[in-house]
Design a protein around this ligand. Structure first.
Ligand code: NAD
Length: 554
């Protein structure tokens, strides 16, 4: 074992040669490495994949030990990973997951940032975010589709189905937030995106997610208004602190139609307070976390105060799942919850059908494999025009990061058809290597998160976390290749529990049987969860598609 191993560039191998004893193990290995590929991860040297501090492994020594173990893991063994550290290998069986992961979970009363940071600093935990610690992050495309859906829903709700002729104001161009400008221009709108780290603006331009950068706020507004008047899509990055720029735009009475935010507000130590240079953020937050938190929350209060100001002027305003309302409330903003979260505002009807972020990755590394799967999905669902629009645009506009990947939203009764088709294509040689199939934890039945996915549930069951635990158990029982249970995720400590699953289509009959079950049962739990909460549409979907609900049976 290397003593004190340190950062180095990591890149998953490509092609059809195995370095492990089976494809499920190989897939886990490549996806762990892909999460840390410098093209994919936001801060790979620190093992940080996205979302503030979301890591793929606890330390470089833990990373090395996971890699070593996956390379020797048998097809009837399971590796246990506790907050990014491999802690054991147990004998299980072929249908069991090859890896089980638990990230950042804390007992209720201890589920605070303070306690988590104490444990993190002591080397006992890491922050797993959602797909960082569960090895199925696919770069900014992963969130692009969900963001495209959300802005599409905003367009349908307020602007006749298109954002053409509107200006959206948002902030944060990080791993997730960086999807916003492209999702807005895909919906034909204009975006002004405020970001305090110049390297994030450059990165989004390089990846073709952001069109241009304005020298200052005057230029940003001029460009935005010109494009809006021409009904021409355009995204503009502007360097600045959102807590300054949002109030400034409100004071200027800027013609903003839609307002949201994706700074990493869920973690106050990752949000730049007003008056602080970006270069000082890390040092200041480490030096005095308590004082920094106070400053960050006060700034978030000013930021959200301005969002409420735009709401009062008739703009469409929503929280984009980063807890900024609660942090702003703690910072003294009394009206922080005047605007809704994006799930109850736009996404829940889709969750009721088990619809959610289905994603897949070509282990070959060959973009032609993704092009072939895109065609296969379009053939499977020829009548879904929305899906066609997305897949066509994604094929043209999305630059792959790391291993080629695709995402689209599919529901109950659809996901397993795609999985089985991919498996056939691997078996027949149409694809040059196996396909990994997973999803975000932000899904229909896999998360309890009262400020996001389960905000304002019909029966008040927002904080009931039994559902994501059942989800992980069901996926484990159904044959997933790796399964994870996380706490915190995108909304932060104490605010969510969620589960992930990943399966591998390696072309074998066993994989087909597992895929059929996992990709049916996983979204099926979402239908059950929403039917149980009293959503009649979910109950109708269950009745129509044969999802059994004992309390609704005679
Ligand atoms: P990230 O850490 O990669 O990026 C956050 C960005 O915000 C950084 O580039 C940072 O420089 C910038 N920033 C911080 N303070 C700022 C300020 N005051 N003004 C301007 N810019 C500032 O995080 P991410 O992965 O992009 O995620 C963003 C947030 O969205 C997180 O809170 C995350 O948990 C949440 N999230 C939401 C969803 C969703 O579905 N809506 C999904 C995942 C994550």
């Amino acid at each position: 074992m290397a003593s004190n191993p340190g950062p180095r560039p990591v890149r998953a191998s490509r092609g059809s040669a195995l370095s492990c004893k089976g494809w499920p193990q190989e897939a886990a290995l490549r996806m762990l490495m892909n999460n840390l590929d410098p093209e994919v991860a936001e801060h790979p040297d620190d093992l940080v994949v996205y979302g503030g501090t979301g890591r793929a492994a606890r330390s470089w020594a833990a990373f090395d030990a996971i890699v070593r173990t996956l390379r020797t893991l048998e097809a009837d063994e399971t590796l246990l990973v506790q907050s990014g550290k491999p802690v054991g290998v147990l004998r299980t069986h072929e249908w069991a997951p090859r890896v089980l992961l638990a990230n950042s979970n804390l007992v209720g009363d201890w589920a605070t940032w303070e306690e988590f940071r104490r444990l993190d600093a002591a080397g006992l935990m890491m922050y797993g975010q959602m797909t960082a610690g569960s090895w199925i992050y696919i770069g900014t495309q992963g969130i692009l589709q969900g963001t495209f859906e959300t802005f599409g829903a905003v367009a349908r709700k307020r602007f006749g189905g298109t954002l053409a002729g509107t200006i959206t104001l948002t902030a944060g161009l990080g791993g997730m937030g960086g999807a916003q400008p492209l999702a807005i221009t895909m919906n034909e709108g204009v975006a002004i995106c405020v970001e305090c780290d110049p390297s994030r603006i450059e990165r989004r331009i390089a990846h073709r997610y952001l069109d241009t950068r304005a020298a200052d706020l005057d230029e940003a507004l001029r460009l935005a208004i010109e494009a809006r008047d021409a009904r021409r899509p355009l995204s503009i990055g502007v360097l600045g602190n959102a807590a300054d720029v949002f109030p400034e735009l409100l004071a200027r009475d800027a013609p903003i139609d839609v307002v949201t935010d994706q700074t990493s507000a869920h973690d106050p130590l990752a949000y730049l307070p007003r008056g602080m240079a970006f270069e000082d953020l890390h040092r200041a937050s480490e030096k005095d976390p308590a004082h920094f938190t106070e400053e960050a929350r006060a700034s978030m209060a000013a930021h959200v105060e301005a969002m409420v100001g735009f709401l009062d002027r008739g703009a469409e305003v929503f929280d984009y799942g980063n807890s900024i309302r609660d942090e702003a409330r703690k910072g003294g903003c009394a009206r922080a919850f005047d605007f809704p979260g994006f799930v109850p505002a736009y996404i829940r009807p889709q969750f009721e059908e088990g619809l959610g972020p289905f994603r897949w990755v070509a282990l070959s590394g060959d973009p032609a494999d993704i092009a072939a799967t895109d065609r296969a999905v379009l053939e499977l669902f020829p009548d879904n025009t929305h899906l066609r629009r997305w897949l066509t645009m994604a094929g043209e506009k999305v630059a792959f990061q790391g291993l080629p990947a695709r995402i689209c939203w599919l529901g109950y009764g659809e996901r397993h058809l795609a999985g089985l088709r991919f498996n056939e294509m691997v078996a027949s040689g149409e694809l040059s290597a196996p396909i990994v199939i997973g999803r975000d934890h932000l899904d229909s039945g896999s998360v309890a998160s009262p400020y996001r996915e389960t905000e304002a549930m019909l029966d008040g069951s927002d904080a009931v976390a039994d559902w994501p635990l059942l989800n992980a158990l069901v996926n484990t029982a159904s044959g997933a290749s790796w399964v994870s249970i996380h706490h915190g995720g995108g909304v932060g400590m104490g605010r969510s529990i969620h589960a992930g699953q990943v399966c591998v289509a390696d072309g074998t009959p066993e994989a087909a049987r597992k895929l059929e079950r996992v990709l049916t049962n996983d979204p099926g739990l979402g239908v059950l969860r929403h039917a149980d909460a009293g959503y009649e549409h979910a109950a109708a979907v269950a009745a129509e598609r044969g999802v059994r609900i004992p309390m609704r049976e005679e």
